[in-house]
Write a protein that binds this ligand. Sequence first.
Ligand code: 13P
Length: 303
Amino acid sequence: LSIRASSYADELVKTAKTVASPGRGILAMDESNATCGKRLASIGLENTEANRQAYRTLLVSQGIVPGIKVDKGLVPLAGSNDESWCQGLDGLASRSAAYYEQGARFAKWRTVVSIPNGPSALAVKEAAWGLARYAAISQDNGLVPIVEPEILLDGEHGIDRTFEVAQKVWAEVFFYLAENNVMFEGILLKPSMVTPGAECPVRATPQQVAEYTLSLLKRRIPPSVPGIMFLSGGQSEVEATLNLNAMNQAPNPWHVSFSYARALQNTCLKTWGGAAENVEAAQQALLTRAKANSLAQLGKYTG
Ligand code: 13P
């Protein structure tokens, strides 16, 4: 039995390597309309298409590899402990082919795992299986899949509990990625950093976050995966930069970088405030964060 490799194999490897190259990361700006509405409300703007477009137009600049969110969002997972699953596999192959034609070269699918709600074995399995099917379909259509099982920060648990859950989740994700014949050289990962729960009174230093997160990656992620692009998950801008910088103090088998939304956009969004005359200042604010995180990717951020 031979498994047919994607006809895009060489291009997938090249795309993944381009995104995961020194000093580079990803600006996540694919918030759902609902999430974008929350962000706009924080600066007193209405959630209209015009406002979303005005804001996102200010965010994009040149020399980028465009990617697209292809999942259809989270819905309750029947039979679980109030957990969710991520929809979007139906029709995914034809949508992906169309996105490739339109110029997209990578895709994103965000599923979440909640520690306070379990996670149940069912929720973890569903998350891992869905990600693996999406990854196989993406590669078949020329898109590098970003594999993102977001382990939510919410909760009072300590960092050891996050570590335990993350080990379980990533073991399962890689089990199903392999079962679905996904080519590891042509994927990117988007993990949560291993941190204490957001409501845990015991906080961790960037060095501790780096130590836990890197030992998770070393135990679970093969070196053939080119890039690990962390989400910020509600960390402050500076915290997210410091944690990334701490992880890059010694060479890693993979390109360890960022795919932040909030930790790149918070100040930018506030600076813009919906006013055309603030666009340039907002772009500067975005560039400041992008440069800081680019330095952190190289392990050279000094604050
Ligand atoms: P945050 O960096 O705000 O967590 O968002 C990243 C993202 O795109 C989650 O899918």
